[in-house]
Design a protein around this ligand. Structure first.
Ligand code: AMP
Ligand code: ZN
Ligand code: ZN
Length: 414
C-alpha cells in the first residue's frame, strides 16, 4: 500500500516537473527573438551562381531576398571585411587594417597563419561584434568560425566558439551549429555563424573563371542543401533568419601586371606593413616626402596617397595602425619586389583592391520569416549588416558606423 502511494506520488511529481519545464521552455521561446544564422562563403562572386547549376542557391533566392551586390569594407581582405560585418565599424574604427600588419604600440605583428595565435588576443580587435552584443544582453551565441570569434571582447566570449582549424569538414561545422541552435537542444543559441573558405582558396589557386571554381561552387551548393535540410531536422524551419553573404570578390592576376616597389624606392628607408594589392608603407623618420614623391612620379597602374589625403570613402585614415603612405594597385596588378616575385611568383587571382572595383563586389542574400521573399533589392555596404542583425535579435546595438535605414528594404513590411 505504502509503495503504491509512493509510486503515485512519484508519477505525479514527474508529471509536475515535466509540465512545469515544458511551460518554462515555451515561455522562454515565446519571449525570444527568432534565431539568426550568419554565413560567410569567403571570396564568393554573384556571377558564380549565374553561370552554374545551383538548385539550392536558386531555392534560397526564390524564398528569400537578394541584394544587387554587397560593397565590402576596404581593404577587401578577409580579416578587415569580416570584422566590419561583425561590428558595423569601418576599418579605420575597428583597427584590423589588413590580414597581417605590424602594430608599433603593441610592438607585435597581427597574423593569422599557424603557429601565430594573435587572433585569440583581445588587444587587436576594436569594437563589439554582434555575438558579444547578444551575449551581454542575455542571448546565447555559437560561432563555428568567424575571424575575430576566437578572442574575448571586454572579457566576454560566445557561449560556443572554436579555435580556427581549416581542416574541420564543412558538414561538421554545420552539424555543430545546428545542434547548438536547436530550440529543443542543450545550448539553444539565438545567434550562430558559419564560415567556408574553399571557394576563396580555389579562386586564388585557379582564378575566378576556372573550372575548379565552378566545381567549388557546385560543392557549396550541395552544402547549402545539406544545411537547409538540417535546419528542418533541428526544429528551426520557418523560424530562423539566415544571412548568406561573403567578404569580397576575386580578380585575376597576370605576370604582365607587376609593380616592383624596390625599383622605385630604397626598401631600407621604409617598413612595409602590408604589400599587395594595397601597400601600406611606413617611411623611416624624415623620409616621408622623398618616398612619397618617388612613388608618385611613377604613378601608373596604381594610385598613391599620403594617408591624410586618402579619399573619405575608403574610411581608412583615422587609425594609428595605418601608416603614412598608401598605394592601391589597379585591378589585377601586384605590388611586390623583384627578389620576392622571382622566388615566389604570384597566385592566379587575389583580392584586397579598392572596394568599388566591380571584381571586389560580393554576394548578399537572406531568407527567413523577417525577410522579403522572392525579391531583389539594391546594393548596400557591409557595414550595415551589424545593425540589421541587432534589429533581428531585438538588441541595443553598440556604437557603430552602420545605419538600419540602409538595410530595412530587405525586410517584410508587416
Ligand atoms: P585571404 O588570404 O584573405 O584569402 O584569407 C582567407 C584565409 O583566411 C582562409 O583560407 C583561412 O585560411 C583564413 N582564415 C579564415 N578565418 C580564419 C580564422 N578565424 N582564423 C584564422 N584564419 C582564418
Ligand atoms: Zn576572404
Ligand atoms: Zn582570399
Amino acid at each position: 500500500m505504502v509503495r503504491k502511494i509512493l509510486l503515485i506520488n512519484t508519477v505525479l511529481l514527474i508529471a509536475l516537473i515535466t509540465f512545469g519545464c515544458d511551460s518554462a521552455t515555451q515561455q522562454e521561446t515565446e519571449s525570444k527573438p527568432n534565431p539568426v544564422l550568419l554565413i560567410s562563403i569567403d571570396g564568393f562572386m554573384n556571377e558564380y551562381i549565374d553561370r552554374n547549376d545551383t538548385p539550392n542557391f536558386d531555392h534560397f533566392l526564390a524564398e528569400g531576398v537578394q541584394a544587387e551586390y554587397l560593397i565590402p569594407a576596404f581593404p577587401t581582405k578577409t580579416f578587415p571585411t569580416h570584422w566590419t560585418i561583425a561590428t558595423g565599424l569601418h576599418t579605420e574604427n575597428h583597427g584590423i587594417i589588413a590580414n597581417s600588419f605590424y602594430d608599433y604600440e603593441l610592438e607585435s605583428r597581427f597574423s593569422f597563419g599557424p603557429p601565430d595565435d594573435s587572433p585569440n588576443d583581445e588587444r587587436w580587435w576594436g569594437g563589439e561584434p554582434i555575438w558579444i552584443t547578444a551575449e551581454t544582453q542575455g542571448l546565447t551565441s555559437a560561432t563555428f568560425f568567424w575571424p575575430g570569434s576566437e578572442a574575448s571582447i571586454n572579457g566576454v566570449q560566445s557561449t560556443k566558439w572554436v579555435d580556427y582549424d581549416g581542416s574541420v569538414p564543412d558538414s561538421t561545422r554545420i552539424d555543430s551549429v545546428m545542434t547548438w541552435m536547436n530550440p529543443e537542444g542543450d545550448v539553444r543559441a539565438d545567434f550562430g555563424t558559419l564560415y567556408f573558405s574553399f571557394v576563396d582558396s580555389r579562386g586564388h589557386a585557379y582564378g575566378p573563371n576556372s573550372a575548379e571554381v565552378d566545381q567549388a561552387v557546385i560543392e557549396m551548393d550541395g552544402l547549402l542543401g545539406y544545411l537547409l535540410n538540417s535546419i528542418d531536422e533541428n526544429n528551426l524551419g520557418n523560424r530562423i533568419n539566415i544571412i548568406l553573404t561573403s567578404d569580397h570578390g576575386m580578380a585575376e592576376l597576370s605576370d604582365e601586371k607587376i609593380i616592383f616597389l624596390d625599383e622605385m624606392i630604397n626598401l631600407d628607408d621604409v617598413d612595409i606593413i602590408d604589400w599587395t594589392p594595397v601597400a601600406l608603407i611606413k617611411p623611416h623618420d624624415g623620409k616621408t616626402d622623398e618616398i612619397y614623391n618617388a612613388i608618385k612620379e611613377n604613378e601608373e597602374h596604381y594610385r598613391v596617397y599620403l594617408r591624410d589625403e586618402l579619399p573619405d570613402r575608403f574610411r581608412f585614415r583615422n587609425h594609428y595602425r595605418i601608416p603614412e603612405i598608401i598605394m592601391i594597385a589597379d585591378i589585377g596588378y601586384t605590388i611586390t619586389s623583384r627578389p620576392f616575385y622571382e622566388q615566389r611568383g604570384i597566385n592566379a587571382a587575389t583580392h584586397g583592391y579598392d572596394n568599388l572595383e566591380p571584381e571586389m563586389l560580393t554576394f548578399f542574400a537572406a531568407m527567413g520569416p523577417e525577410f522579403k521573399s522572392g525579391e531583389r533589392v539594391s546594393e548596400f555596404e557591409s557595414v550595415h549588416i551589424y545593425e540589421l542583425m541587432a534589429h533581428l535579435l531585438n538588441l541595443n546595438p553598440a556604437p557603430n558606423d552602420g545605419n538600419f535605414d540602409e538595410v530595412q528594404m530587405l525586410l517584410r513590411r508587416d
